[in-house]
Each structure stands twice: as structure tokens, then as C-alpha cells.
Ligand binder design. Structure first.
Ligand SMILES: N[C@@H](CCC(=O)N[C@@H](CS)C(=O)NCC(=O)O)C(=O)O
Length: 276
């Protein structure tokens, strides 16, 4: 199946500086030379390819790209039909999971691909100098919460979604186990947010990593009213225009996926090692 690319222009405007002085008179030759220099186009960031499907893991990166105002092209990875196993996708994401990115203007001006949403957030943060501070103490604060999301909130909430919503049988032990674990993690976030506006103090990639998962609290069997500081944070982060654009990055086919279809279930939930 062909994967269509969708060009997305993020909305951040590039400010242009206006000249404070009227231009001085120049000789015709001089001004021709100056004009030709002026009209030489500055090297612009070429669009980053975002390999994406609209889920909380995919949103982390659409949000970050929107927040940074980076140009990008979205390439849908239809995980319900097996796009994640295609050779061209595995070449950039060997774990057969989206999101992944390809930046044509990577380090040294050469293309680079990155998989794992946490690594992508850090890469884009280093590239732009935004939402991922360079100061070591501030950076450690951010990284702790990104890793906490990658190793805790994401996987546990994912299992809660699975056993509560997708599993063909209702298994009370598994449902309780993951619903309780998400409840514990929400409690950790709630305490953390008691005395600071965002997870690492200032708004950062850590908040972008968590917001999509936390926005699905109902599907995880949680009551957000039990976590007032988390609720305040969630409302604040979800109100950001870039977050809204990132979460609204839709893929038409995704709304048609039937997660109860045995073919889709086998493809997603019965994976074993691929031949090497
Ligand atoms: N740790 C990975 C997890 C990514 C992940 O689980 N992606 C899911 C969708 S949310 C996926 O691509 N699933 C495809 C599959 O299960 O084959 C990350 O954060 O990037």
C-alpha cells in the first residue's frame, strides 16, 4: 500500500526585522552587488519527515514540531494494516513502532533518522535549543520526567488501554494491575505538580511526552478530579495552540480502523520476533 505524504506547515511565523535607517545612496555597481547579495536565499530548514499515526506516542512529536515552528511532512504509518513492517520503515525504525523522523538537515548537514519518541524529543530539543535546556541541572530535571514517561506512564497506560479496551477477553487481574499502576503514576504526577506549573518547572519536552497519555485518563479508568494539580496542568497544556494543532493532526484512515477486527488484533497483538 502506498504511503501518502502530507505536507504540514507549522504556524509559527518567522519575524522579519525592519531596517531602522533609510538606505544610503550608492553607486549603481555597488548597489547591484549589494542587491545580488541580498537576494541570495538564506538556507532554510527543509521539512522534517514525520512518520506518524494519531496516538499519544505520535502526538508527542507533532506537538514538538508545532511548538518549535519547524516545517514538516507527515507520512502516515498505518499500523492496523502493517506499514510498520515495511522494509523502508524498518530502515529508520527497527522496532516497528512509530513515531520516527527523518531530518534532511541533520548534524553535518547530512540526513539523520531517529526512532523512539523520547530520543526524537531530545534530538529536536537540542537542534532548536527549545523546551530542552542546555544547563545541566535544568536538563537533568527534564530528562528524569521524559524517562519516567517513556518507562512508566506510557507503557502502563498503554497496557491499561489494551486490557480495558482492546483485549478479546476481560481479564480482571490484568485490568486491576494496570489501572492501579496508572493511578499510582497519576498520584506521582499530582504531587510533583503541587508546587510547580510544569513537570520540570518550565514547560518542556517532558510535558509534551505526558500530555497525550494523561488526556486519555477516562480510558485508563481514572477520575481526574482525584488529581487536582494534574488536572490544572492538563488544562494548561491542552490549552496551548501548538498542543491543540499537534493532537489534531489527523489521518483519515485512522478513524476507520476497527480494533475488534481479528485481522487487526492479530497484526498488532500477536507479534513475535521477525526472522533476522
Ligand atoms: N517506545 C516507543 C513506543 C511507540 C509505540 O508503541 N508505538 C505504537 C503506536 S502508539 C506502534 O507503532 N505500534 C505498532 C505495532 O504495535 O506494531 C516510543 O515511545 O516511540
Amino acid at each position: 500500500m502506498a504511503r501518502k505524504a502530507v505536507k504540514v506547515r507549522s504556524r509559527t511565523k518567522i519575524k522579519s526585522k525592519s531596517s531602522p535607517r533609510p538606505p544610503a545612496r550608492k553607486s549603481a555597481a555597488k548597489s547591484r552587488k549589494a542587491n545580488s547579495r541580498k537576494t541570495k536565499p538564506a538556507r532554510r530548514q527543509r521539512p522534517i519527515e514525520l512518520h506518524y499515526w494519531p496516538t499519544p506516542n505520535g502526538w508527542k512529536i507533532s506537538i514538538m514540531l508545532e511548538e518549535c515552528g519547524l516545517p514538516y511532512i507527515m507520512k502516515p504509518v498505518n499500523i492496523s494494516t502493517g506499514d510498520q513492517f515495511k522494509a523502508e520503515f524498518l530502515a529508520i525504525s527497527p522496532n516497528n513502532r512509530m513515531p520516527a523522523i527523518v531530518d534532511p538537515d541533520g548534524p553535518g548537514g547530512r540526513p539523520i533518522s531517529v526512532f523512539e519518541s523520547g530520543a526524537i524529543l531530545q534530538y529536536l530539543g537540542r537542534k532548536t535549543g527549545k523546551f530542552y535546556p542546555a544547563d545541566e541541572r535544568a536538563r537533568v530535571e527534564v530528562e528524569q520526567w521524559v524517562m519516567w514517561q517513556m518507562g512508566g506512564l506510557g507503557p502502563m497506560a498503554g497496557q491499561a488501554h489494551h486490557f480495558r479496551g482492546y483485549a478479546p477477553e476481560q481479564l480482571p487481574y490484568a485490568i486491576d494491575r494496570y489501572t492501579n499502576e496508572v493511578n499510582r503514576l497519576y498520584g506521582v504526577m499530582n504531587i510533583r505538580l503541587r508546587d510547580r506549573p510544569f513537570l520540570a518547572g518550565k514547560y518542556s519536552i517532558a510535558d509534551m511526552a505526558c500530555v497525550g497519555w494523561a488526556s486519555r485518563w477516562e480510558r485508563q479508568g481514572q477520575d481526574i478530579k482525584e488529581f487536582p494539580h494534574l488536572k490544572r496542568w492538563l488544562d494548561t497544556v491542552l490549552a496551548r495552540p501548538a498542543v491543540q494543532r499537534g493532537i489534531k493532526l489527523r489521518v483519515e484512515e485512522a478513524s476507520k480502523v476497527d480494533m475488534t477486527d481479528p485481522k487487526v488484533q492479530a497484526l498488532l497483538f500477536k507479534q513475535r520476533a521477525r526472522a533476522g
